[in-house]
Design a protein around this ligand. Sequence first.
Ligand code: NAD
Length: 422
Amino acid sequence: MSERLAELIRERQPCVVLTGAGASTESGIPDFRSPTGIWARFDPREYATLGAFRADPEKVWRFYAPRFAMLGEAEPNRAHRALAELERLGLVRAVVTQNIDLLHERAGSRDVVEVHGSIRVSHCLGCGAEYPLAEVERLLSAGDGAPRCERCGTVLKPGVVFFDELLPEAAIDRAFALAREAALLLVVGSSLEVHPVAGLPRETLDAGGAVAVVNRDPTWVDAHAALVVRESAGDALAEAVARLRPDEEPVEVVEHDPAWAEAAAAEAERVAGTLDAVAVEHVGSTAVPGLAAKPVLDLLAGLPGDARVSPEQIRAMEELGYECLGEFGLPGRIFFYKDTDGRRTHHVHAVEHGGDQWRRHLAVRDFLLAHPDEAARYAEVKGAAAARTAGREAYWEAKSAYVEELERRALSAPGRPPDPRS
Ligand code: NAD
């Protein structure tokens, strides 16, 4: 799926992106219409209309105050970061967002069209004074109700667009123009139920453009879309950007370093705690003494049950410096990587403990440990592949036939090869 998404983005660049609340759920902000969403607990007519606000601003602020605190603390997630990177790569022209949380901007997106306003400023309904977010947060924490204008005492209104308000004209006009001009409109995390934004994909289609959707639940435009990806926005976009990132650096293969084992063991302990893994094994070339490697420490994390990784665990891995790419082309495995000083240093493959992937990874490592002659042959293949290619993809391609054969032999080796380290 991410391969097709990357292809569409490459073919139809620069694309225009339309995001909704689903782009921010992986930052811990609930959306509106999922079963766990905000409208499952609050009636929008009571809390998100200008009428409700005028009738009882204190009540509306009691709803907004904790949301302001939550939005202020939330961090951009992989979906926001991927979209910012696609813009830097020239593949995204602009992000039209229904979100009010400022997370696109904070992730580094430059051209963001906020069609439903944002929490950036609140306005005094009396004298029109503007209060930036930090000021509103200060007033909220000092007082015990609605924040009031320090000049005239009138209640402040958050800079978000209520359901019965007109949308900011310049923003919505620009959004419609962008949709019309887009060769590809990429919809991310929106139920496409809130109008007029829900009509943007129709503009693109009518003008001859294509629409791609990354959303967990169905939307009206799915039947007309060139691609529908029913995955988490973070997974789908991180995978797509990884495929689109220019990767022309030659791969450097270096002699085996005995210090790798110790570094892998220390990292394995951190990863095991973070992912609640049953066990974490050091695998891949750096785990085989004598074998030259890139060098990237590959860790195999065996997870209990069906090997699910929660958004909280992804965030905890991000704190260890990892990016998550979802399954990244290998069903049943969640792939994480870490770069240190601009160089790839760690991979974590999270799989079901004892499952098929677990056995495959360990079989190859143990086969190489038991057959030093094969490890030496593999080192030669790597050296030759690195010498004649530039970039990770090409390097993998150049050694893939040998690796497939190696895996086949490792998996059909009689019994489990003896582990010379034990
Ligand atoms: P919505 O709640 O109607 O729909 C969200 C959609 O995202 C759902 O269809 C859901 O299946 C999907 N989704 C949720 N998490 C996902 C994930 N991780 N990956 C992929 N898909 C995921 O939201 P909407 O269409 O944006 O419309 C609701 C209104 O809510 C907008 O006007 C917006 O202003 C407002 N809103 C904003 C925020 C925010 O700023 N973060 C949060 C909640 C609501």
